[in-house]
Ligand binder design. Sequence first.
Ligand code: SF4
Length: 424
Amino acid sequence: MSRNSENGWRSKELPYDQVIEKYPEIPPIVALKIDVSRRGIHYTQAALDRVDPDKHHVEPYNYMIGHGKNAAPIGLFLRDGSVICQGDTPDYSKAYRDPYTLDVVDGRLVLTDEEIGKVYEEVTFWDRPDFYDKKTSNGTPMCLVASARPQRITIAPQTKCHFWDTPGEGCKYCALFSAHRSKDDEGEIRDEKWFQDVEETTREALKEKGRYCSFHMTAGSTLSGAEIFDDEVDLYIKTLHAAEKAFKTEKFPVKLVASAFSKKQLQRMYDETAITTYTTDLEVLNPELFKWICPGKSRLVGYEEWKHRLYDAVEIFGRGNVDCGIVGGVETAQPNGFADEDEALAAVLAEAEEMGRHGVSFADCVWNALPGSMFVNQKTPSLEYYVKLALGLAEVRRKNGLKIYTDDYRRCGNHPNTDLARID
Ligand code: SF4
């Protein structure tokens, strides 16, 4: 028995097979994807031996999560073409549950549960983007300028989040950009050379026929400027202007995941760039828990103001073109979160319904207590909870007549609730 199974977690919650039986409205493959995101994946050596760095998408360093020393895949394809945006996390010693295992069985690459000896799904690695092997005219490897999923290009113009500048004020579940948390680290210098690299990399990426259907941009929060986030807005505008030179159209599907900008800043983004949708993450749909879990966001912007800025964004971008990112499940973190999953779900969906009426859609990420985060020792909710949350959020969106364009299963693929848009 593995160390993680010794606490008896398997007997305390419904397993995958029973969850899909109890909730026939959730496609089994979406439920599996949720469970893999929740429990994580451990790659066996046989699976790692299948990785061909010339053919498969591997990254020497996962810039989003910041841990993992070996070049390894950052995602998998499921049989229906949907994706799991998660790589190998080698250390599960602090996790509450066993991870799924990526293994080779009968010559096939498969997701298994080693403990119970069951094979679930055949998977494949993502293809290596063509531009990864190229360099810009400045000699910069393009794989350091942009990242990619199977269907979108991602540029992160800044990998430092300045909420961490005040000790303890970063979000407690967050493992993003953990290599750049020291106060003295200013993050990357983005000079004219870098913007030229962005233009050339975007142009090169677009040569891969039929691959990319959206452009994604995100960064850590930058608090500086005459008004909070002004410098972040400037950086996004300059980066988008650089990328726009590679496109032939005035607008193209741009998904921006950014801080909660003021109405003036949002209007600037809308008027001056090709941006089509905007996402800003309230993270946890409860004012008290927001204060505890996201102390920097709470002190500098506040829950109600963050929400208001989402509503302002709807006025500018239109209903359904504004998403609120949430870390689904983090509302049960202890000691301050909901101890009862039913109460947690009712509270979250009531708040989601109010925001949905204002035209805001949701992008639900599955909370996984990741190494590098302050919540690494926490117990995340049951699979049943995550499934009910995904179904509930999908229903809020449908009821309020909202679309989920750049965050849907085709263009993003990281959110169980938006994966369900395919069966609307
Ligand atoms: S805003 Fe919060 S979740 Fe986003 S990068 Fe900063 S600390 Fe992490």
